[in-house]
Design a protein around this ligand. Structure first.
Ligand code: SF4
Length: 217
């Protein structure tokens, strides 16, 4: 039997496992910051998440979309939305694209509170901004690739990201530093400018979306 020499690092978990632990730790710190803010503003964590999901939306958002993003049932999302409506932070109105459906927007008071909430998590943005620009770009691309892989598991909720957007034109300028193109603003789109949550995003068809994410992974 061949005996391999032991090294002090034999018990080190794989890089993939340590990536997951690191993301989990960062998420815990962000969640703790969010809970601190929510408690001070008399919101529960789901209500605080809804404020962030509705922030900067130019179009109304459906309750079903919110429930998927929050990984909760439609009934649970509906309870949280009702509480936010009662607090005057969210308003319901007819959806722009279907007058029989209802959509949700932040009220002015809701927008003010959502801005305050974003500033409460500014410590994380400051930490990311302190990294070298090159490290920030590599990290962003790495996270996009991880999301692309996770999407294959079909556990990842729909994102309002460039790669899922009907205005995104993949690899329109192959080999250039800005290979992609946004047909909405009619401008080349460098990888460092890809959006993960764009207010103007409109979903593309499922086949194109899958092709874009698969090509990126
Ligand atoms: S920047 Fe916004 S509108 Fe343009 S491709 Fe990306 S998600 Fe779509």
């Amino acid at each position: 039997m061949e005996l391999k020499p032991e090294t002090p690092w034999d018990g080190t978990p794989d890089i993939s496992a340590r990536i997951v632990v690191a993301i989990n730790r960062v998420a815990s710190v962000l969640r703790a910051g969010m809970w601190e803010f929510a408690t001070a503003e008399n919101l529960n964590p789901t209500q605080a998440d809804i404020l962030q999901l509705l922030r900067d939306r130019t179009h109304g958002v459906r309750l079903s979309w919110l429930a998927v993003q929050l990984s909760v049932s439609a009934a649970s999302a509906s309870d949280s939305v009702a509480a936010l409506v009662a607090k005057g932070l969210v308003r319901k109105d007819r959806a722009e694209d279907d007058k029989r459906a209802t959509a949700l927007w932040l009220t002015d008071a809701g927008k003010t509170l959502a801005e305050k909430q974003a500033k409460a998590l500014g410590f994380a943005d400051d930490a990311a901004a302190a990294l070298d620009r090159e490290v920030q770009e590599r990290l962003l691309v790495g996270l996009f690739k991880l999301i692309a892989e996770l999407q294959k598991t079909e556990r990842f909720p729909a994102l309002r990201a460039c790669l899922s957007c009907r205005y995104f034109e993949a690899n329109k300028f192959p080999g250039s530093p800005a290979p992609h193109h946004c047909a909405l603003v009619k401008a080349p789109l460098p990888i460092a400018f890809l959006r993960i949550d764009c207010a103007e995003q409109e979903p593309t068809d499922p086949v194109t979306e899958r092709r874009n994410w698969t090509a990126f992974a």
